[in-house]
Design a protein around this ligand. Structure first.
Ligand code: NAD
Length: 301
């Protein structure tokens, strides 16, 4: 298949590479030319503008920071939609709100084009290994057609059609609102546990094999516990996801008292200037307030 790919960041660079390695003919673009060069060395072709990836492509993917970039890249006069080949399918892998996905798809349909949302989960490790879960919103027919190419990015057993356009975005926001709020809850619980005298690594090992375990806590093993906040998944993206989820709740007139506090904590951490660190860095707020460090290293410095 001929595939276009825009957005070669922490996730997109691996996803594009996996498409190349699966034997697809891939053309890539990113505003960061160095990211394009890396993929070209791996066998992709490079485009000099975003729309350049769509020429001749059966599928065009984007993996971008958020709704503003997705709307800008797809919609409007010079957008990707206008450059999609007849019969091609546009697929956005970014985490955005359902309204953005539905708005792009409506414009696509008005031009006789096809478009799906397919946000992903599984982190940079999952992107690298090609084992992401994919949450797809689109028609059954488009989903079936895209499944083989999506299988180069995700684990075929974890590629879900969640419903029509926007359903993937909704599902992803549900997932990430849980993950982001969980970071805040773990920070409170662990600060209490450590200050009460139990070693952070002991808490981690026990909770990981007990009922308090979660995928979010598992990520703490490589971040908070090791005092290493290299992203992975940046706090700024986590805050964006919590914000989008709560905006969706507001639209639906649903009270979200607990996750609203979680989002406020993420916003406070952003204000500290930690936006480009791993999302679990939000724990440092609680460490400051509780006057304790959740340090799980055997030899603490
Ligand atoms: P990132 O910031 O590392 O990558 C975004 C890429 O988009 C960058 O390379 C940037 O240069 C490029 N870009 C931005 N604006 C552009 C434009 N106008 N034209 C072309 N390229 C442009 O982000 P990421 O961590 O790779 O995440 C990408 C998306 O996937 C986000 O929506 C994020 O929420 C989601 N996501 C991330 C993770 C993760 O663990 N990092 C996991 C699941 C989902």
């Amino acid at each position: 298949m001929k595939v276009g790919f825009v957005g070669l960041g922490r996730m997109g660079s691996h996803m594009a590479r996996n498409l190349v390695e699966a034997g697809h003919e891939v053309t890539v673009y990113d505003v960061r030319t160095e990211a394009v060069e890396v993929l070209v060395e791996l066998g992709a072709s490079g485009a000099t503008v975003a729309a350049g990836v769509a020429a001749g492509a059966d599928f065009v993917f984007t993996s971008l920071p958020g709704p503003a970039e997705v709307a800008e890249l797809w919609q409007g006069k010079g957008g990707l939609l206008a450059h999609l080949e007849p019969g091609a399918i546009g697929i956005d892998l970014s985490t955005v709100d359902a309204d953005t996905s539905r708005s792009v798809e409506a414009e696509a349909r008005s031009q006789g084009r096809r478009y799906m949302d397919s946000p992903v989960s599984g982190g940079v490790g999952g992107a690298e290994a090609g084992t992401l879960s994919l949450m797809v919103g689109g028609s059954e027919d488009d989903f079936e057609e895209a499944f083989p190419v999506l299988s180069a990015i995700g684990d075929p057993d974890k590629i879900y059609r969640c419903g029509d356009i926007g359903a993937g975005s909704v599902t992803k926001l549900v997932n990430n609102l849980i993950g982001m709020t969980t970071n805040v809850v773990i920070a409170e619980a662990f600060s209490m546990g450590v200050k009460a005298g139990v070693d952070a690594k002991t808490l981690f090992d026990v909770v990981m094999t007990s009922s308090g375990s979660s995928a979010t806590l598992a990520q703490w093993g490589d971040s908070v516990l090791k005092r290493d906040f290299t992203p992975g998944f940046m706090l700024s993206l986590g805050h964006k996801d919590a914000r989008l989820a709560l905006e969706q709740a507001t639209q639906l007139d649903i009270p979200m008292p607990v996750t609203s506090v979680g989002r406020e904590r993420l916003a406070a951490a952003l204000e500290e200037g930690w936006g480009e660190e791993a999302a679990a860095v939000v724990a440092r707020l609680q460490e400051h307030d509780a006057d304790v460090v959740i340090d799980g290293r055997a030899e603490k410095s």
